[in-house]
Design a protein around this ligand. Structure first.
Ligand SMILES: *Cc1c(COP(=O)(O)O)cnc(C)c1O
Length: 377
């Protein structure tokens, strides 16, 4: 059996090596390192793939969130509601812009933001909701958009983990996650479903005015060369990363299918295990792109399981071990432990298994067998 990796970037690269190498060499030969034709081509191709009017590439997924919030004109003191159970980048940029982060609990079944908790958190100061399509599973966008409309709030989808996922609206139509809110953001961090070979990110929107505003913000607030109309930032996707991403975008559907296939095999192996709660998988639905395959374990010492897996050379991850509302930087007197029953439990019970495009059946069998033996001993 090949050595098991949490993410197998090397195995994936080997299959696209000749194309990637040629594209990257082309950038070097032409020396169009910044805002070269590859960046523009990638932007167009991603717009087509997502069926969204505007993709604005930027330097990373954290910048993308910050720039989206700047573009929407959020002001210091505005409250922004987001999930307590996610990566810190989401809440970090809210705080950096001197907006007030308001963390709320998530659902036990999909780990995504709890609509009722969002409703309870809305105040006259609330200006935006940031749902995160956590682990690659689309959040309940119809309900979020409805709530946002009722209260005149912006919605910024943090789609760093969900690129390629299809959200199924209640009327049966489908949209790509990240294209439903007023703005969506993503990250091209190497381990993300559409990852480059360094850092990268992008903002999506169907709003022409917002797209124009954001294109200036990412470029030092310039709409005309050397005229700085607003305070901006310097945030670019470089041409070499775009050259890699163009190849990987062509494979994204296959990559997400490979992840879903691996997820189904994991879930099938755990079907009889009462102590193992597997993630939501919809039949015939592509609303989950399995950035992570995350179990919760009952009546099992999760940390001992992590140790046992590592001893057996099975990498695994705990995303996330501490709820954001308990992080030193993000504590707030308004929070009450009783408001976070789900995140407080998930941080103790969750475990993410190896998930990438190159997992094979032998590896999945070894991983599931090792876990099942442990939880039943
Ligand atoms: C990875 C990630 C980010 C940040 O992306 P970077 O490109 O690393 O800045 C933001 N939000 C979520 C949910 C992420 O998973």
């Amino acid at each position: 059996m090949r050595k098991i990796q949490m993410v197998d970037l090397k195995g994936q690269y080997e299959k696209i090596k000749s194309e990637v190498d040629a594209n990257v060499m082309e950038v070097i030969e032409t020396t169009a390192f910044i805002n070269g034709p590859e960046v523009h081509a990638f932007q167009k191709e991603l717009e087509d793939y997502l069926n969204v009017k505007h993709v604005i590439p930027c330097a990373n997924g954290t910048d993308a969130l910050q720039i989206a919030m700047m573009g929407l004109g959020l002001q210091p003191g505005d409250e922004v509601i987001t999930a307590d159970f996610t990566f810190a980048a989401t809440v970090e940029v809210i705080a950096l812009l001197q907006l007030t982060p308001v963390l709320v609990d998530v659902n036990p079944f999909d780990f995504n933001i709890d609509i009722d908790a969002v409703k309870r958190a809305i105040t006259p100061k609330t200006k935006a909701i940031v749902p995160v399509h956590l682990f690659g599973l689309a959040a309940n966008m119809d309900e979020i958009m409805k709530l946002a409309e009722e209260h005149e709030l912006y919605v910024i989808e943090d789609n760093a983990q969900g690129i390629g996922a299809n959200y199924m609206h209640s009327n049966g139509s489908k949209s790509k996650t990240g294209t439903i809110g007023h703005a969506g953001t993503t990250s091209f961090f190497p381990s993300k479903n559409l990852g480059c070979y360094g850092d990268g990110g992008a903002i999506f929107t169907n709003d022409d005015d917002l797209a124009h505003t954001i294109r200036g913000i990412v470029n030092h607030g310039m709409y005309e060369r050397y005229h700085h109309d607003v305070v901006g930032v310097n945030s670019r996707l470089d041409s070499m990363q775009a050259a890699v991403l163009r190849i990987k975008l062509r494979n994204l559907n296959d990559y997400n299918t490979a992840r879903r296939d691996a997820a189904r095999k994991y879930t099938a192996a755990f079907a009889q295990e009462e102590k193992i709660i597997t993630p939501l998988i919809c039949d015939n639905c592509d609303c989950h792109v399995f950035h992570q395959y995350t179990l919760t374990v009952k009546g099992t010492d999760r940390d001992a399981l992590v140790k046992h897996l590592n001893e057996n050379e099975i990498p695994c991850g705990v995303y996330y071990p501490i709820p954001l509302h308990k992080q030193k930087a993000y504590q707030d007197e308004r929070y009450n432990e009783a408001d976070f029953p789900v995140t407080n439990r998930l941080v103790k019970e969750c475990i993410s298994l190896p998930m990438h495009t190159e997992l094979d059946d032998d590896q999945i069998e070894f991983i599931t067998k090792t876990i099942i033996e442990f939880v039943n001993r």
